[in-house]
Ligand binder design. Structure first.
Ligand code: 3SL
Length: 240
């Protein structure tokens, strides 16, 4: 039986072997939720980059760009990191260059894995199906916040563990803990996360609707997969 492991922060990634594994990168609030939303609404390709400068250079080449720092849209870019801005018809068929505080960085750090996919509650079922079909050891990499643990990414890791409980072996205590937390939170994630750091941070920016949206499960059938340096989708149902 393949194993399912959880890396609770990108700072711990040096402890994990990525080769031979499928990595699921998650940044529930909000990078990977926005990516999944963008693909579900027809974006063609997302190139995750680490720095604002890299993103700006691509803007000068004519690409659509998105940049977020500390929860806010960075000045001079087309889009920020609200999933609602990825529901607009004008994104269809476009390539997006994207940089966020933690999410895009975590994707770039995971590139040594056999496969890298982007996960969110919005595509939890698709992620679980993908891992099931791959039948390889899997690792959920939680983007966290500036190297710190966060609760919402851990809950997602627990959701993956819960969906795959019959077919994957938990690799260690992080997987077990994540699943326990997910089962505690499952009925009301919003209440469970009400005291969490990033929820408080985003509430201060008055974006509660983003939080509520990102905590919904199985809204989309989409699996964003890294191919070279870009995310593209394998499975998708475009929302009209
Ligand atoms: O850190 C990130 O990558 C972002 O998702 C953070 S925020 O939700 O846009 O504040």
């Amino acid at each position: 039986m393949p194993s399912l492991d959880v890396c609770l922060s990108p700072e711990l990634l040096h402890l994990y072997e990525l080769k031979g594994k499928v990595v699921v990168v998650v940044d529930i609030l909000r990078a990977t939720s926005s990516m999944v939303t963008a693909f579900a609404h027809g974006i063609e390709r997302i190139v995750p980059v680490s720095s604002l400068d890299d993103c700006l250079n691509q803007k000068q080449e004519g690409f659509l760009t998105a940049a977020e720092r500390d929860g806010r849209k960075a000045e001079g870019f087309d889009l920020g990191n609200s999933p609602f801005s990825y529901m607009e018809p004008h994104i269809k068929g476009k390539t997006l260059i994207m940089t966020t505080t933690n999410g895009t960085h975590a994707i770039r750090l995971s590139m040594a894995a056999d496969k890298v996919i982007a996960g969110a509650f919005l595509n939890l079922g698709s992620v679980a199906r993908y891992l099931q079909e791959e039948q390889k050891d899997a690792l959920v990499v939680c983007a966290g916040w500036k190297g710190n643990f966060n609760l919402e990414d851990t809950l997602f890791a627990g959701g993956v563990a819960d969906r795959l409980a019959e077919t994957f072996t938990p690799a260690n205590d992080a997987t077990l803990a994540a699943r326990h937390l997910y089962r505690l939170a499952q009925q009301d994630k919003i209440a469970f996360l009400s005291e969490s750091s990033h929820v408080k941070r985003l509430k201060n920016l008055d974006i509660i609707k983003d939080i509520e949206y990102c905590l919904q499960e199985d809204l989309y059938v989409v699996v964003p997969v890294l191919a070279d340096d870009s995310l593209v989708v394998l499975e998708k149902e475009i929302v009209n």
